[in-house]
Write a protein that binds this ligand. Structure first.
Ligand SMILES: *[C@@H]1O[C@H](CO)[C@@H](O)[C@H](O)[C@H]1NC(C)=O
Ligand SMILES: *[C@@H]1O[C@H](CO)[C@@H](O)[C@H](O)[C@H]1NC(C)=O
Ligand SMILES: *[C@@H]1O[C@H](CO)[C@@H](O)[C@H](O)[C@H]1NC(C)=O
Length: 398
């Protein structure tokens, strides 16, 4: 594999203070997840980081950029030996925290207590009747379910090559009923098949009394990696017929120089009035399955259905409503302000080599040294997968 290293004399300088935050939240941040914990008035953030489970706890969205807020909450020898720990999500069930994650082509959970950044233990493999990946918890009608990516051929005779979205009841927070598995979505549309039939990264959420799942469609090493949407039209999420897919197109796809905005998390603003999408995207136009995927957060426009919009550019945005007690601020701020700088920060540069020669909208730029390793050659899916399975490093500066 050929790598090219570009030294970029460019750095974003943080303009954000209380009430604002700067995108990207992480320079390298695949598979992001966020939940706001009202008990500690903090956001809890996770991303794929390879060899362990790390939780960032911070009262402001902007605090996610500060690695000092991040804590390694679980790691065992198996994770060190097989650094393919992906897609961690932290969920509170009956007063205790659990982290669901993917490891060695299976979905797992570790159990914690009342402190989200306290001790976790007892890893349990949740599904062992076939391949599984990516995991989220859906709460409907007072019952919890695990939603994950599966191979439909392991589950039913209505099969399709590639990965699908499955659901099983969570009998306890650490056990699913493996006899009950329903395939709720198969990668049947053209936009779900670029680079290989793929439905993964499900993310369950409810908004305005309705239950939804976003999921990632198409293969991550293509610019067509995008988000699809499922809507539950009845009470029983185990009834595949009750899930309606928006079949004509993804709800969120490449745009504004950001590519492959897939595997995401959905969260609600601290005051409950706004729906937010936290996702990863890359500046590589051919897509990317590895570490060159940055974390962005943006508000979903809910005035007329769910409008996910287009990926946002790097810059300063208004923080979710209710953060730090503020309320009622709803507009999105663009970042091309020329506000004078007082305090250059050490956050990492975010820019493509192309961006250096073109006018950008990334706000105020100040000379600083940052190293961006750009993976320039295109790779086969297999190589990308292998890159994806590589150990992830926490970015050294942001
Ligand atoms: C947030 O950013 C906007 C635009 O840069 C700026 O006008 C505003 O003063 C900032 N707010 C705070 C609280 O810093
Ligand atoms: C992808 O799905 C189509 C059906 O839409 C199927 O014909 C094709 O064989 C699948 N591709 C693979 C690689 O499984
Ligand atoms: C900032 O960008 C927006 C969107 O591209 C544009 O409409 C606006 O005029 C710009 N503002 C400034 C001050 O450059």
């Amino acid at each position: 594999m050929k790598f090219a290293t570009a030294l970029l004399n460019l750095a974003l300088v943080g303009l954000a203070s209380a009430g604002n935050f700067t995108n990207p939240l992480r320079q390298s941040g695949p598979d992001p997840f966020i939940v706001y914990d009202h008990d500690t008035s903090s956001y809890l953030f996770m991303q794929t980081s390879g060899n362990g489970l790390r939780v960032t706890k911070t009262p402001t969205l902007d605090g996610i950029r500060d690695s000092a807020n991040e804590k390694l909450v679980f790691q065992n020898q198996d994770m060190k030996d097989n650094p393919s720990v992906w897609a961690g999500e932290i969920h509170k069930i009956d007063g205790n925290w659990y982290i669901y994650y993917s490891h060695k082509d299976a979905v797992w959970v570790v159990s914690g207590g009342s402190d989200p950044v306290g001790e976790y233990k007892d890893p349990v493999r949740l599904y062992d009747r076939g391949w599984s990946l990516d995991n989220t918890v859906l709460l409907v009608g007072g019952k919890n379910y695990l939603v994950y990516s599966c191979h439909s051929s392991d589950v039913s005779d209505n099969t399709i090559g590639g990965s699908s979205i499955c659901i099983s009841p969570l009998v306890t927070p650490t056990q699913i009923d493996q006899d009950q598995v329903t395939v709720v979505s198969r990668p049947e549309q053209t936009w779900e098949q670029s680079g290989g039939n793929t439905s993964e990264g499900p993310q369950a959420f409810s908004w305005a009394g309705q239950t939804y799942i976003t999921y990632s469609a198409s293969f991550c090493s293509t610019p067509d990696y995008s988000l699809g949407l499922l809507h539950l039209t009845g009470d029983d999420p185990m009834d595949a017929a009750l899930w309606t897919k928006k079949t004509d197109a993804p709800v969120f796809k490449s745009g504004n120089g950001e590519y492959g905005p897939g595997h995401n998390g959905m969260f609600i603003s601290p005051d409950g009035t706004e729906l937010w999408n936290v996702y990863h995207a890359t500046w590589h136009p051919e897509g990317q399955c590895g570490d060159d995927r940055s974390t962005f957060a943006m508000r979903v426009d809910t005035t007329n259905g769910l409008n996910f919009g287009s990926p946002v550019t790097p810059g300063v945005y208004q923080a979710p409503s209710g953060e730090g007690g503020a309320t009622g601020q709803k507009s999105i701020i663009y970042s091309n302000s020329t506000t004078p700088l007082t305090e250059p920060t050490t956050i990492a540069a975010y820019a493509s080599p192309e961006a250096l020669s073109a006018p950008t909208t990334i706000g105020v730029v100040e000379a600083a040294q940052a190293t961006v390793t750009a993976l320039v050659d295109s790779r086969s899916c297999a190589e990308s997968q292998s890159k994806r399975k590589r150990s992830r490093l926490i970015p050294d500066a942001y």
